[in-house]
Design a protein around this ligand. Structure first.
Ligand code: URA
Length: 241
């Protein structure tokens, strides 16, 4: 890989900026100061120093975000705030994207990465990676609703859902509201809201709490993100139905 690409990939500056640093003699490969931006580095074996600090090459980045309401699951948008707008300048990279989507008014677990292969595996309709949601609805959820979700619920437009597990957590006869966990094995547009609608309920609050074997870190404040730990990444990569 070219030396200027190596440094730009590690977010040390734009391609133009890192070329200037190289010219100035701020960059060393192993023991030698290198002044050619085209210089080829072996990112596995060469030791690259910027201003005498070792720069370790990292190809893929993985973050867990607790998405707040009011931001959209996109990379850029002319009008709306996106989940990538929540990144600090230091962590932001142009190749990051959210793996899967949550509606603007949905909160919770969102993985943000630049690993396209992982995204493909997690989102492939063939893989049926489970996604679990905590949902509050108006209306009283019943055992029949749990059964209906298991029995391939038909939602508006005639679409048939794969069997989904609804676990009722609470029902309140005074306020006529309920809360539940719903586990889906696919990702139809607005699926939780449409399934609840098919059951005669309306979603008042929705939060994703799990994707594959990865769980939302409830300590993470809304709008915050952090790198996945090595264990979390392993769980996500091993994800099976
Ligand atoms: N289902 C929905 O209706 N909305 C989401 O954001 C995710 C799943």
């Amino acid at each position: 890989m070219r030396l200027d690409k190596f440094l730009a990939d590690m977010n040390l500056g734009s391609r133009k900026e890192v070329k200037a640093y190289i010219k100035k003699g701020l960059v060393r490969v192993n023991q030698q100061i290198i002044k050619q931006d085209k210089y080829q580095v072996d990112e596995q074996n060469d030791q690259v120093y910027f201003d005498d600090e070792l720069v370790v090459y990292q190809k893929y980045f993985y973050y867990l975000m607790n998405k707040p309401q009011g931001v959209i699951s996109a990379t850029v948008d002319d009008f709306e705030e996106t989940v990538l707008d929540l990144f600090s300048d230091e962590d932001y990279r142009e190749d990051l994207f959210p793996i899967g989507r949550l509606d603007k008014n949905t909160e919770g677990l969102l993985v943000i990465s630049n690993d396209g292969a992982l995204a493909h595996r997690l989102l492939s309709p063939k893989k049926h990676v489970p996604k679990q949601y905590y949902v509050e609805v108006s209306g009283l959820l019943t055992k029949q609703d749990e059964q209906a979700c298991l029995n391939q619920l038909k939602i508006d437009g005639g679409e048939i859902c794969l069997p989904a597990q609804l676990q009722i957590l609470s029902t309140d006869e005074q306020t006529l509201t309920s809360s539940a966990l719903l586990t889906l094995h696919e990702g139809k547009f607005h699926q939780v809201k449409r399934m609840m609608q098919a059951l005669g309920k309306e979603v008042a609050y929705l939060k994703r709490v799990r994707m594959g074997q990865l769980f939302l870190d409830e300590q993470l404040p809304l709008g915050a993100y952090r790198p996945l730990t090595a264990d979390e990444l392993m769980l996500l990569q091993q994800t099976e139905d």
